[in-house]
Design a protein around this ligand. Sequence first.
Ligand SMILES: NC(=O)c1ccc[n+]([C@@H]2O[C@H](COP(=O)([O-])OP(=O)(O)OC[C@H]3O[C@@H](n4cnc5c(N)ncnc54)[C@H](OP(=O)(O)O)[C@@H]3O)[C@@H](O)[C@H]2O)c1
Length: 219
Amino acid sequence: MTGANRGIGRAVVAALHERGLEVVVTARRLGDAQSAAREIGAAKAAELDLASEPSVAACAAALARDGATIDVLINNGAVLAEGDVLTATSADLRRSLDVNLLGALWCCRAFVPGMLQRGYGRIVNVSSGWGSFAEGMEGPAAYAISKAALNASTRSLARSLRGDVKVNACCPGWVRTRMGGTDADLTPQQAADGIVWLATLAADGPSGGLFRARQPIAW
Ligand SMILES: NC(=O)c1ccc[n+]([C@@H]2O[C@H](COP(=O)([O-])OP(=O)(O)OC[C@H]3O[C@@H](n4cnc5c(N)ncnc54)[C@H](OP(=O)(O)O)[C@@H]3O)[C@@H](O)[C@H]2O)c1
C-alpha cells in the first residue's frame, strides 16, 4: 500500500490488517510509515517515494530480501495541485504525473511480475471521477490528467495479466482527508470499503474496470 500513513491509505491498511492480511505500510518517509504501522498494529513498514523509480525499486528489493511476497498492490499515494492546463505550474504538472501516474507504474513493474509467477494477485489503482472522461474530467488539470492516465494504465495493464491476477481502478468518492477537505461526504473508513473489496476479489471477480462504491462507473 502506497501513501499509507494518512487518509484513505491508512484506513485501507487498517481494514486489511483487521481482516488478517499481513500489510506493508509504506510512506515516502520511513518514520511516517513506522508510526502508522505501529498505530494499526502492522508488522511491516517501508519507505517508498512514488516520485522516485529507484526508491520503488529499493523498497521492492528490501521486501524481497525479507522474504515478503506481495500478493496485493494498492496504488494510493497521490498529490493534488491546483490550476488548469494553462495556469498550473510546470513543477506541479511534472510532480502530478510523477507521483500519481509514473509512481503507480513503477510499483506495478516492481511487484506484478512476482504475482504473475505465482499466479495470484490483486492490483487496485486508487483513481478519481475527476479522471473520468464520462464524468467530464472535472478538477484541476494536473490531477485530472494524471488520473485519466492512471485509468488508461489500468485498462492497458489488464491486457498483460494472466492467471488469477486482476487490476481495477477505484474512485473512493469525496472523502474527508487532507486532500478531500472537511466538507467531504465520506469518512476514510467508508471510502476504504470499495478498495478493500477490489483488493480481496474472488477469482470470478472483475478485472480492467473502474468502480465507485463497488459499482462499475464509466471511464
Ligand atoms: N479525498 C478525496 O476526496 C479523494 C477523491 C478521489 C480520489 N482520491 C484519491 O484517494 C487517494 C488517497 O487520497 P487521500 O484523500 O487519502 O489524500 P491525502 O490524505 O492527501 O493522502 C495522500 C497520501 O499520498 C501520499 N503521497 C504523496 N506524495 C507521495 C510520494 N511522492 N510518495 C509516496 N506517497 C506520497 C501522502 O504522503 P505524505 O503524508 O507524506 O504527503 C499521503 O500518504 C489518492 O489517490 C487520491 O487521489 C481522494
